[in-house]
Design a protein around this ligand. Structure first.
Ligand code: MD6
Ligand code: FE
Length: 192
């Protein structure tokens, strides 16, 4: 994994957040259901050709917001980060927006709903710090943790692409970027 700590300047972080306001206005945040039918604590929406979705039928990409509207375009500022750091010849087809309130968390998972695992997944953290845990390709075994802070960019590629990872907790109040306590994580991916 590659962690570019503090790669995005405070000014560019603010520009990213304002781009997200128009995405969320067009494609409101919702709480996807886990395979067990329980709503996730993280609220999500997407931009791009595809959006990530989950319900009792499982995890997948869909080409419309659950309301039926097309997903809005990926904000230019996010595309610029991908083009600078992803090391991919392709542009991302999905920008998943994850919103964590102070109590939200994300269980250990693999990002494996995409067609081509030689393409990286790039994430941008904004707002309060989040404790990111990374484990192994198989479930279980030792893990390591790192705090992801506002402006950090993380790239999972190559041998790290399918490692289990998740967010154990948010440290509310560690950033003043957002209007309320919480954290936003953007993940950009090539889907097809
Ligand atoms: C998060 N991140 O930081 C959750 N996935 O809130 C992810 O699930 C993730 O940061 C793939 C690549 C990078 C990530
Ligand atoms: Fe992930």
């Amino acid at each position: 994994m590659r962690l570019h700590a503090g790669w995005i300047s405070p000014e560019d972080q603010r520009a990213l957040v304002s781009g997200l306001r128009s995405v969320i206005a067009a494609a409101p945040l919702f709480a996807p259901l886990t395979g067990w039918g329980k709503p996730m604590s993280v609220r999500m929406t997407s931009a791009g050709r595809f959006g990530w979705y989950s319900d009792r039928k499982g995890y997948r990409y869909i080409d419309r917001h659950p309301s039926g509207s097309a997903w809005p375009p990926i904000p230019d500022r996010a595309l610029e980060v991908w083009r600078a750091l992803a090391g991919s010849a392709r542009d991302p087809e999905c920008c998943l927006i994850n919103w964590y309130g102070p109590e939200a968390r994300m269980g250990l998972h693999q990002d494996r709903d995409e067609a081509d695992f030689t393409e990286p997944v790039l994430s941008i953290s904004l707002g309060d710090d989040g404790l990111f845990r990374v484990g192994n390709i198989d479930r279980g075994g030792p893990s390591e943790s790192v705090w992801l802070r506002s402006g950090d960019v993380l790239v999972m590629e190559g041998a790290s692409r399918l490692l289990h990872h998740g967010i154990d907790r948010i440290a509310a109040g560690t950033s003043t970027l957002l209007e309320r306590p919480g954290r936003i994580n953007l993940t950009l991916r090539v889907v097809t």
